[in-house]
Design a protein around this ligand. Sequence first.
Ligand code: PSU
Ligand code: MN
Length: 302
Amino acid sequence: MTIPLTYSAKVAEALAKGHAVVALESTIITHGMPFPQNVETARLVEQDVRNAGAVPATIAVMGGRLHIGLEAAALDALGQAQNVAKLSRADLAACIATGGTGATTVAATMIAAHLAGIHVFATGGIGGVHRGAETSFDISADLQELALTPVTVVAAGAKAILDLPKTFEVLETLGVPVIVYGQDSIPAFWSATSDMVAPLRMNDPASIAASHKMRGAMGLAGGQLVTNPIPLGDEIPATTLAPIIAKALAEAEAHKISAKAVTPFLLDRIFALTDGRSLTANIALVRNNARLAAEIARAMLK
Ligand code: PSU
Ligand code: MN
């Protein structure tokens, strides 16, 4: 059986010529941001990747085909589509096999990027261990994927709606290198810093690319998580966010939100409770990650 892969013209050319390519996810478009900011952001992020000297490959499943790079019309359609599936490792193959349409999470985007021969992927924040996971068992499949699939993921940490210390404990258990870019504490998504000490610190894209390649040479399974702090001018201090996150979590519990719906519900409530400030910060951090990912992808070619 062959995998129905569709490459955009630009991505096919870049891969054939051995140019730098950066994968981008689509769940952030369909479930992470409201329309029209989602489509605007997706375009800005793609342009940021190009400006930094790499080719963007936004990944999604459309009509049973796994798209590596979306043409402009497809991106528009996805950004406005209703009831799009949110695909992780568990549902990616089923969606393709049954001719479905779905947006890829961090986990599913890593799988697709690896199939396409793309080594670097930029997103906003990864999924992780939810607060209260000791009773709900809600731990994102993103963590397991980082332990399995050899893609370097650039994010602003894990989303701050999560239990961040537990998330980084699990990553350590799974043997996933967490590399903080240019500072000594792990960034906390909308906030640049936290009280969590950086497990690894690197200050240049070349070191990150070299570590990725060394893992491959040593036969170590899995990827790397690069955490890139949101630019200081765009951050929302953790103290401002704490009561807002608490309120959103209480609402999620009151409404009995569970499984895949939890993360989109919380992001949407925090957007409303911050008068849109969380979205402005989210856009700034994704763009910042796209630029760094492009530099890492270029460094991998050397
Ligand atoms: N980062 C964002 N917004 C998002 C996500 C990440 O800034 O919407 C998505 C990613 O696709 C990530 C997913 O993989 O949320 C995690 O969902 P869950 O917690 O259900 O595993
Ligand atoms: Mn979950």
